[in-house]
Design a protein around this ligand. Structure first.
Ligand SMILES: C[S@@+](CC[C@H](N)C(=O)[O-])C[C@H]1O[C@@H](n2cnc3c(N)ncnc32)[C@H](O)[C@@H]1O
Length: 351
């Protein structure tokens, strides 16, 4: 019991430390930016005290949820302490080195500053941009090499705790196939990025077949490096488009998708949901995690608005008002549920 309490204190302390580090980084970098580019007309966002308290409470609830799920063995406790410190150590200087480029792009409102070497015909138009003003968009090894830490800083160190919110509904949904051998169950993580969700999934589902798919070859290479020394069976990485998944009709038992939908235009969101429906087997599970939305997180409207004003996120303003529950049901999914945790909303549904 005492050991358990100590572990919980250690977990909370680790998360609080990450949160302070993330906030400190954002404060220092925005001060430097305002000093260097005083005329940049970039919105200055000051959190008022009440909002800060709400953010703090919401992060505490997320951590409690994370701890409880691990305690209930929904995923191994070790995931809560799994931080790639060495990786972060190499990523952090690169983030500082890259910052002036990001500020410049923001100031000039330059959104199509992509590597010359890419073949634009291979990607959808909405994808060919510098989301978040990030260097090379999603289309270079450099971008892939710093993405993880950028996201963790953005979410004050709680990105993985939010990603793990998909695991419980996924486990509940996969009960529909509990009469089958686990090794025959296929879980596909769509828009998998640099592999963070895949690692959480591999530890929570050690026997199932896990595949990750993404449009960016560079991000998949990064995922391959990140996942190369984890325990368990190999994870398959596939370069492909969420709009046209390389799977047969009714062939997949579960699909997860983390932080993709806010980067898609409305019509493509629908197309991708239909594609998920097509490849899922009957009784298969869909679990989506993405940004919170206005209807269920009105307290955080200011944060959502600031997000699309500060970062280049052209589809976000529409996304936060999009009735995804309705869309998911309309396509044919049943048992549609949604729940918000700090800055992330999770939907689950059954085909
Ligand atoms: C915000 S990142 C999220 C990555 C990852 N799921 C995570 O949790 O960090 C969005 C990812 O979606 C990928 N992506 C965007 N549009 C896509 C599409 N149409 N098909 C497949 N992947 C796509 C990008 O390459 C990028 O890796």
């Amino acid at each position: 019991m005492a050991r358990e309490n100590l572990s919980k204190i250690a977990y909370k302390t680790l998360q609080q430390g990450k949160s302070i580090a993330g906030l400190a980084h954002k404060e220092i970098s925005s001060r430097i930016m305002n000093f260097i580019l005083p005329d940049s007309e970039l919105s200055e966002f000051n959190l008022d005290k009440n909002l800060l308290i709400k953010i703090q409470n919401s992060m505490d609830t997320l951590r409690d949820e994370d701890w409880t799920d691990a305690e209930k063995n929904i995923y191994p406790m070790k995931l809560l302490f799994d931080e790639p410190w060495l990786r972060y150590l190499t990523q952090y200087p690169k983030i500082w080195f890259d910052m002036p480029n990001i500020w410049n792009r923001r100031r000039k409102e330059q959104y199509d500053d992509l590597p010359k070497s890419i073949d634009k015909d291979n990607y959808p138009k909405y994808y060919l941009r510098n989301f978040h003003h990030q260097t090379d968009g999603y289309l270079s090894d450099f971008s892939a090499s710093i993405y993880d830490l950028q996201v963790d800083i953005l979410f004050n160190g709680s990105a993985d705790a939010m990603r793990r919110r998909i695991i419980k509904p996924l486990k509940e949904g996969l009960i529909n196939f509990s009469d089958r051998k686990k090794s025959s169950i296929k879980i596909v993580d769509v828009a998998t990025g640099s592999g963070r969700t895949l690692k959480q999934l591999r530890y929570a589902f050690p026997e199932e077949k896990i595949k990750g798919i993404d449009l960016s070859g560079s991000y998949l290479k990064e995922a391959s490096r990140y996942l190369s020394d984890i325990d368990g069976d190999l994870i398959e990485l596939i370069k492909g488009n969420a709009e046209e998944l390389p799977f047969e009709n009714n062939s997949i038992q579960a699909i997860t998708c983390v932080y993709l939908f806010h980067e898609l235009p409305r019509t493509i969101r629908e197309k991708v949901l239909k594609e998920f429906f097509r490849v899922l087997e009957r009784k298969g599970t869909l679990v989506i995690a993405d940004s919170i939305q206005i209807t269920d997180s009105p307290d955080f409207i200011e944060i959502m608005e600031n997000f699309y004003k500060t970062f280049h996120e052209p589809f976000y303003c529409d996304y936060i008002k999009d009735d995804m529950n309705y869309k998911i049901k309309e396509i044919g999914f049943n048992k549609v549920k949604s729940n918000s945790f700090f800055m992330t909303k999770v939907w689950s549904a059954i085909k």
